[in-house]
Design a binder for this molecule. Structure first.
Ligand SMILES: C[S@@+](CC[C@H](N)C(=O)[O-])C[C@H]1O[C@@H](n2cnc3c(N)ncnc32)[C@H](O)[C@@H]1O
Length: 430
């Protein structure tokens, strides 16, 4: 046993690089310019969650400080040399192999063989759509905009023990755009403790990707870190205002007017060493991540969910996002008036009987949307040209449901006296 932890680490890294020749070959692509920042971010996350001698960790953290580098030459060469004994490019490849950032050859995330008809039959008879994990051939979940990972933890607590008893793996991949290093975002950050607990849960294949925009998954896909399709894709408390305005229905200038009217005057600023968005709300100045007021709209979210999930669940959808989203799911174009903001006055008029029927649902009740109005049958075209189409849509009223997992935002709804109960939308892509 080598008494110097750094020397011992070097020995193990170079041994692993020689031993796993296929991963070594595949590691080449991880150091290419466009992929490099996400390789470094992934390395950083892995190091955070790995038990290593302090001196080794210190070197690895120093290396990851240059997370925005897009050339291997911009990394700390001395640091790479101490960690691996290799020159920079080889060194980073060796670390990628050591920390298993390269997917094992031939290994692929399993995907369900259930058809959308099978899933509809099962889910129609379930109060809780996540119970699909109990009977599907593959138990895999993608949680986008996962926030503090409380939903992930509830899923694991609820389904993990039974799946484990049946010797079945639970695959749980979560991502969020918040940068884990950012001082903005407050309670939405994924706590390191919760990540560690999930990482260490037996029978669970868990990954969390922070600083990860849900609409930029190409690099994670190139690294084989995401499944092409999950049994369930979910998004809890979809971000407002990001998904509260549909850009194919309302113009950016109208959206800006509405944002100023409802949230306050906003401007780009800096907070310590970060970019930020400052919003003058009443007599308070609020700070958010700089992308907080980027408007994407519900169509792009629906398209992403439909592409990634055999079953899609939007949980704890607030009233504003809900009506904008609903308008995109219905055939009749009168639900999508151009340049007309949705609010407490316009929504009852635009949605008419449909509004009365949905608002008439008690908390805990649900309804098959096709029993109220015709679903949009042609594919829904989003701004980026992708499309989505759903064969079954169920609307549930409420934030949390007995026996169902829920996120921390959903659990906070019962304490928010000014908010009307949110919605849950279960969708099965055609
Ligand atoms: C209202 S919070 C909900 C968090 C969590 N799902 C919950 O229910 O407690 C919305 C989350 O979406 C994340 N988010 C917003 N835009 C995103 C994007 N483009 N890609 C990934 N995450 C995003 C935010 O960082 C935030 O954590």
């Amino acid at each position: 046993m080598n008494p110097d932890p750094l020397a011992e680490f070097r020995r193990l890294v170079s041994h692993r690089a020689r031993q796993y020749s296929k991963q070594w070959e595949a590691s080449k692509k991880l150091i290419e310019g466009t992929i490099l920042p996400s390789t470094l971010a992934q390395l950083h996350r892995t190091v955070l969650a790995t038990d290593l001698p302090a001196s080794v960790k210190e070197h690895l953290f120093r290396l990851c400080e240059r997370e925005t580098a897009n050339r291997v030459q911009d990394l700390d060469g001395e640091c790479l040399k101490s960690l691996t004994g290799f020159p920079p490019a080889k060194a980073l490849r060796a670390l990628s192999v050591f920390f298993e950032l390269v997917p094992a050859p031939g290994s692929q995330w399993p995907t369900t063989r259930l058809t959308s008809e099978n899933i509809e039959q099962v889910v129609r008879n379930m109060d809780n759509p996540f119970d699909l994990f109990r009977c599907a051939d593959v138990a895999s979940l993608l949680d986008i905009g996962a926030g503090d990972l409380s939903f992930a933890e509830e899923v694991v607590d609820l389904y993990g023990p039974d799946l484990m008893q049946q010797n079945r793996e639970l695959i749980l991949h979560c991502l969020d755009r918040l940068d884990p290093h950012s001082r903005l975002g407050g309670p939405l950050h994924a706590s390191a403790d919760r990540q560690r607990r999930l990482q260490e849960t037996p029978g669970l294949s868990f990954s969390f990707f922070g600083n990860q925009d849900m609409f930029e998954l190409e690099q994670l896909d190139a690294q084989g870190l995401l499944a092409p399709r999950y049994t369930v894709a979910t998004c809890w408390a979809p971000a407002t205002p990001t998904f509260a305005y549909e850009p194919t229905r309302v113009s950016r200038s109208l959206i800006d007017q509405e944002l100023i009217r409802t949230k306050g005057v906003f401007r780009r600023t800096r907070f310590e060493r970060e970019h930020a968005l400052e919003v003058a709300h009443g007599d308070r100045l609020l700070l958010f991540p700089p992308w907080k007021f980027e408007i994407i709209g519900p169509l792009a979210l629906l398209e992403l969910l439909a592409r990634r999930g055999a079953l899609c669940v939007l949980g704890s959808v607030d009233d504003q996002v809900f009506w904008e989203l609903l308008a995109q799911l219905l055939e009749d174009s009168r639900y999508r008036p151009q340049e007309e903001p949705f609010n407490r006055v316009t929504v009852p008029k635009i949605f008419g009987n449909l509004y009365d029927a949905l608002v008439g649902l008690s908390v805990g009740e649900s309804i098959d949307l096709s029993s109220l109005a015709t679903l949009r049958c042609q594919s829904l075209p989003s701004a980026d040209g992708h499309t989505a189409e759903f064969r079954y849509i169920r609307i549930h009223r409420g934030a949390t449901f007995p026996g169902s997992p829920a996120s921390s935002t959903a659990r906070k709804f019962s304490f928010m006296s000014e908010e009307v109960p949110p919605w849950m939308v279960t969708l099965i892509p055609a």
